[in-house]
Design a protein around this ligand. Structure first.
Ligand SMILES: *[C@@H]1O[C@H](CO)[C@@H](O)[C@H](O)[C@H]1NC(C)=O
Length: 421
């Protein structure tokens, strides 16, 4: 049966356009209302959009009759201003503008500065559509995507060779298979998570958000999902070619990132658990600054898992081909920083060590002040975008320390409805 919506192609398109415009209009109206309610930050672009969105009077005039070109203002302007872009050269299928290898190499290697975000200047930006790789197919639906990725979608084989024994990834003709292994868990992420769960309450909603620093192909995050834990994973774009791309193809949230000199792009107290398994971050170095940054994003009561070197160095230093003294010193520095941060060591079993951030800030503050630790002065510990990491401890809550320092965040899913002030 015909109706007025499909009586003509043009008309349908126009109706759809009107819906889109009206939808955007209302979205920005709500955004404006939200901003004025005091939650939003004064982002100038958003404010601008809000202003133009306030004029929502096109809504009552909504009609589905055919408009002649040029007559109906905004819609026709919209039509005539559609720009077309040509596809980029096929070599740009994996273009990540702020992580370009050639540009990276012009920055210092020290403290991983060259692996941080370095975006192209205006005149070097591409104005073309990044093409899909040749032969790209729709990824498998979850959960099959956790274990299989079509080869054509990310045609990079080096990890299959480099990490062959550790079971990260296998090449099987036209698909990659991810057996769930990692450098630190050749038996699979699931068994490894079982070990963690014997110390950390992973499955009762206490731990909901997790951060995997130096994630590889993100198998840890992939397997936490079925335990109702959402993991954000990051790894640099380095010699482990395409690791984040594999994570995303598998359907696991991940971003290209590194702990270098800039703060992580997450607000303070965002994670219930942070994790590093052989992530190659020098935790003991630079006065423990990387642990201090993890501490910032860890909520009171949150856990930090470190597995792999230097943990259990006495047994493994030969296998790791590293000097005893160096590993011993690295662990000493880590333990010392943990103490300054007032993290309590919950367990060290084999190569897995687990700390917990204290829920009560006041119980630590005196000893921290005595030890000469500096607290961050920044008014806003969540103002992090492109900000330098600092050699200081983030106070539990600047404005309202007593109210939230007890870690009284509800377990998931109740916390969806009751977030402490
Ligand atoms: C979850 O388990 C931990 C450890 O067994 C316990 O302390 C905590 O109270 C539990 N939380 C809930 C919501 O059951």
């Amino acid at each position: 049966m015909a109706n007025k919506f499909n009586s003509g192609d043009n008309r349908t398109r126009r109706s759809v356009s009107i819906f889109i415009v009206a939808g955007l209009c209302c979205f920005f109206y709500l955004l404006g209302a939200w901003q004025r309610s005091g939650f939003g930050k004064g982002d100038s672009i958003a404010v601008e959009m809000t202003k133009s969105g306030e004029n929502c009077n096109i809504l009552p005039n909504l009609n589905f009759e055919t408009h002649h070109r040029g007559e109906a203002g905004i819609i026709d302007d919209f039509d005539s201003k559609v720009k077309t872009y040509n596809p980029c050269h096929p070599r740009y299928t994996d273009y990540t503008p702020c992580q370009d290898q050639a540009r990276a190499m012009t920055f210092p290697r020290e403290n991983m500065i060259y692996r941080e975000r370095h975006c192209p200047p205006q005149e070097e930006k591409l104005h073309c559509l990044v093409p899909a790789p040749n032969g790209y197919v729709t990824p498998f639906p979850w959960p099959k995507s956790r274990d299989y990725v079509p080869y054509a979608n990310a045609p990079y084989k080096s990890l299959t060779v480099e990490k062959a024994i550790q079971n990260w990834i296998q090449y099987e003709g036209n698909v990659f298979r991810f057996p769930g292994g990692g450098t630190q868990f050749p038996q699979g992420a699931d068994k490894y998570i079982d070990q963690l769960a014997s110390v950390i309450p992973i499955e009762n909603g206490t731990v909901r958000t997790a951060l995997d620093t130096g994630c590889g192909v993100a198998s840890w995050g992939a397997y936490l999902w079925k335990r109702n834990v959402v993991a954000m994973s990051f790894a640099p774009r380095d010699s482990h070619e395409a690791q984040v791309q594999f994570a995303l193809e598998r359907g696991v949230p991940a971003v290209i990132g590194v702990l270098g000199t800039i703060k992580m792009p997450y607000p303070s107290r965002a994670f219930d658990m942070a994790h590093c398994s052989r992530c190659l971050i020098p935790w003991g170095a630079n006065g423990g600054i990387y642990m201090k940054e993890v501490d910032r994003v860890l909520r009171p009561g949150g856990y930090w898992v470190l597995s792999g070197p230097p943990i259990n160095w006495k047994t493994n230093y030969k296998a790791w081909q590293r000097p005893r003294e160096e590993l011993q010193e690295e662990q000493r520095q880590i333990e010392e920083t943990a103490k300054v941060l007032c993290w309590e060591k919950k367990s060290e079993n084999g190569e897995i060590a687990i700390w917990q951030k204290k829920t009560d800030a006041n119980s630590c503050r005196a000893s921290q002040e005595n030890s000469g630790a500096t607290f961050c002065k920044s008014e806003d510990p969540d103002d992090v975008w492109y900000k330098k990491m600092e050699q200081c401890i983030t106070p539990y809550n600047n404005a309202n320390r007593d109210k939230t320092s007890s870690g009284d965040l509800k377990p998931f899913p109740e916390r969806l409805y009751a977030v402490p002030p």
